[in-house]
Design a protein around this ligand. Sequence first.
Ligand code: ZN
Length: 63
Amino acid sequence: MTNHKNVCIYCKSIGNKNNGGIEILGMYICQKCEHEITKIDCDAENYLYYVNGLKKVWCCLLD
Ligand SMILES: [Zn+2]
């Protein structure tokens, strides 16, 4: 089993679940970005940025 440090798929920061981030099928989202996603406004400039990132996750889930 690999035990590498997780790199956030959004901001590329390094962390792990013990730091409050979440991991979905091996893809890590840090606590900060997870929080950004939960409070995001659909009109926000960075909405597409996060949606595009989430697509990466959804694609893996659907595969
Ligand atoms: Zn992040």
